[in-house]
Design a protein around this ligand. Structure first.
Ligand code: PLP
Length: 391
């Protein structure tokens, strides 16, 4: 039986492949340290869990409007208001995670052949979601020399008459890069001048350790009109499994995304929506605590990482990933690629990392520090030993 052209074009996630391999080794009793995780290693705060219990007990277990509970939209509206962003309720839709919001967005704005600019390195799902909507991913290279950020001049080199949108992810997965206000202003001016939609993925906004997260949509009415803000509670409140994200932007786009949800997923899980209301309106102490923990892990681990021969790495400003360039390390070990290094690290010293090739930059590897400091320190020690033994 022939599968559709659409799914045949999908690239399977190598992140999942490495996780599967790591789990296999773990199941066979091996002491694997996983640095591939894309989720905080914290429990969801108790007050949020209690809110979900209360909702279920009160019978809040039925359908809600496809685009989310009005009460949750109001909570999101107030949250955005606190950030200096004013949206009407019909400019906000709740989705089953930020990933789902992005999926519905691309389905709603792209026609066959429309181009979407995606800075390299990128989060693995962007190109696949663009392709699933009939769009063409157009890549723009960034690297350590530009701190993994795009400029207007760079964007000009890839813009064509078919460019419909640009994806901006700050703070970034996988690099931890954070755009400053001036850098965002430059991108905003470029988008307004060229009438290009900015898909602003801000899912890591609360995880910033150096500087301040700024949403590009706050930089004036013209750029706000072109921006669709994507966010959610997955990373901020350690709620990855609850599946609540949202989109805020142009009312026409939001309505299309909601209509699409009404014929595919219907509403995001009802108890999760009540939990998300508590996440946005309840005690926010957890955010500070989690941020402080990640910052202290980063400050401890980063200097240790830099001791590994051949490694170079920009200190990330946000999210919870280190994204070292291992080109020299690979050479020192007599290997051919960072992919091979990742494979060997797992097989030989039982450390699971993600190869940069998954994110479009094959000279890097991604190490998540969403794991306890002891395991992280041990993992870096093992990588260092692996490299030193081969030099
Ligand atoms: N955007 C980025 C950059 C991410 O790293 C992730 C999760 O890994 C998501 C979106 C998806 O978030 P959610 O779990 O809310 O779908």
């Amino acid at each position: 039986m022939e599968l559709s052209q659409r799914v045949q074009k999908l690239t399977p996630s190598s992140t999942l492949a490495i996780t599967a391999k790591a789990n296999e080794l773990k199941a066979s009793g091996q002491d694997v340290i996983g640095l591939a995780a894309g989720e905080p290693d914290f429990n969801t705060p108790g007050n949020i869990i209690q809110a979900a219990f209360r909702a279920v007990e009160a019978g809040k277990t039925k359908y809600t409007p496809a685009g989310g509970l009005p009460q949750l939209k109001q909570a999101i509206q107030s949250k955005l208001e606190r950030d200096g962003l004013h949206y009407q309720l019909n400019e906000i839709m709740v989705a089953s995670g930020a990933k789902h919001a992005l999926y519905n967005l691309f389905q709603s704005i792209l026609d066959e052949g429309d181009e979407v600019i995606i800075p390299i390195p990128y989060w693995v799902s962007y190109p696949e979601q663009v392709k699933l909507a009939g769009g063409e991913p157009v890549y723009v290279e960034t690297d350590e020399a530009t701190a993994f950020k795009v400029t207007a001049a760079k964007l000009d080199t890839v813009k064509t008459a078919r460019t419909k949108a640009l994806i901006l992810n700050t703070p970034s997965n996988p690099t931890g890069a954070l755009y400053s206000e001036d850098e965002l202003q430059e991108v905003a001016d470029w988008a307004v001048k060229n009438n290009i939609i900015v898909v602003s993925d801000e899912i890591y906004e609360t995880l910033v350790y150096d500087g301040k997260h700024i949403s590009i949509a706050t930089l004036g009415d013209a750029i706000k009109a072109l921006t669709v803000v994507i966010n959610g509670v997955s990373k901020s409140h350690s709620m990855t499994g609850w599946r609540i994200g949202y989109a805020a932007g142009d009312q026409k786009i939001i309505k299309a995304m909601t209509d699409l949800a009404s014929h595919s997923t219907s509403n995001p899980t009802t108890p999760s929506q009540w939990a998300a209301i508590e996440a946005y309106e309840g005690d926010q102490t957890f955010l500070k605590e989690m941020n402080a923990t990640f910052k202290s892990r980063l400050d401890t681990i980063y200097p240790l990482l830099m001791e590994i021969p051949g490694i170079s790495c920009i200190k990330p400003k946000g999210a919870f990933y280190l994204y070292p360039n291992v080109k020299e390390t690979v050479k020192l070990c007599g290997l051919n690629s960072a992919d091979e290094l990742v494979e060997q690290l797992l097989e030989e010293v039982l450390v699971a990392a993600v190869p940069g090739s998954s994110f479009g930059s094959p000279d890097n590897i991604r190490l998540s520090y969403a794991t306890d400091l002891e395991s992280m320190t041990e993992a870096i020690k093992r990588i260092k030993q692996f490299v030193t033994d081969r030099m």
